[in-house]
Design a binder for this molecule. Structure first.
Ligand SMILES: Cc1cc2nc3c(=O)[nH]c(=O)nc-3n(C[C@H](O)[C@H](O)[C@H](O)COP(=O)(O)O)c2cc1C
Length: 222
């Protein structure tokens, strides 16, 4: 493997917000998980567990999630960010506007931006969804390990030609997710990953996000 091989997969991955309905074969999903499980974790605890839907189970989940999102309060298992300021606010706005531009939501059109946000609960039309949970007793480091696993899953999927989107929005309805998937209360629901084959013509897939430079990221010492 050359360094460019990994770079190619990293550069090709993006958060897909428009999927084709075709199912991903079970053996391909198993291959994605088999690669992602190589992610490192503190003490090799491997805290990640996934509930993965396919076929009619994805549609049953999607319908129940939509109903939940229409009325239930937001009660995630782990706290959502308390704010985005400075450069983080800038980056959040930039990626939000890139999405709105791509799908034709005008500035100030609250109804249209809400409708776009609600597509999270339609899983952006994905044929599969993975719910990621971590043991509560492992706390933030369990969540950190699972974050690495989520990235590994997205990259492994990309290498298999499968598009993904991690979704914290789905984790807003944690009590519902515990009930729907039978996830015990001693586990924290962290996020979902919706996945499937990208619809290349979907407007929401028509933009890519930027990244800060290496110089912006690293404080070199020596
Ligand atoms: C933990 C996590 C949660 C995310 N939650 C959402 C979400 O709820 N809805 C959404 O549309 N995108 C979500 N995203 C996707 C990010 O917006 C996306 O990764 C970021 O803008 C960078 O764009 P890229 O993934 O296309 O490179 C999430 C990403 C991560 C890593």
């Amino acid at each position: 493997m050359t360094p460019e091989d990994l770079d190619t997969v990293m550069a090709a991955r993006f958060s897909c917000r428009g999927f084709r309905p075709d199912q991903v074969p079970r053996d391909r999903i198993e291959a994605i998980v088999a690669t992602a499980r190589r992610a490192p974790s503190w003490c090799n605890a491997q805290p990640w567990q996934l509930a993965i839907t396919a076929g009619a189970e994805t549609d049953r989940f999607r319908a129940a999630l939509r109903a939940e999102a229409a009325e239930a309060p937001h009660t995630p298992d782990i706290p959502f960010p308390t704010g985005y300021s400075g450069v983080y606010q800038d980056r959040r706005r930039t990626c939000g506007w890139a999405l709105y531009d791509a799908v034709g939501v005008q500035k100030g059109d609250r109804a249209a931006s809400t409708a776009q946000a609600m597509k999270n609960f339609d899983l952006f039309g994905a044929p599969h969804c993975a719910i990621v949970s971590s043991p509560a007793e492992l706390g933030p480091y369990g969540a950190l390990d699972c974050g690495g696993f989520v990235t590994a899953f997205c990259l492994a999927a990309q290498a298999q030609g499968v598009a993904t989107i991690p979704q914290a929005a789905v984790a807003s309805f944690a009590p519902f997710l515990h009930r729907h998937f039978g996830i015990p209360d001693d586990r924290l629901v962290l996020c979902a990953i919706s996945f499937g084959y990208a619809d290349p013509d979907h407007p929401a897939n028509g933009f890519r996000t930027e990244r800060a430079t290496v110089a912006d990221i690293v404080d070199w010492r020596g």
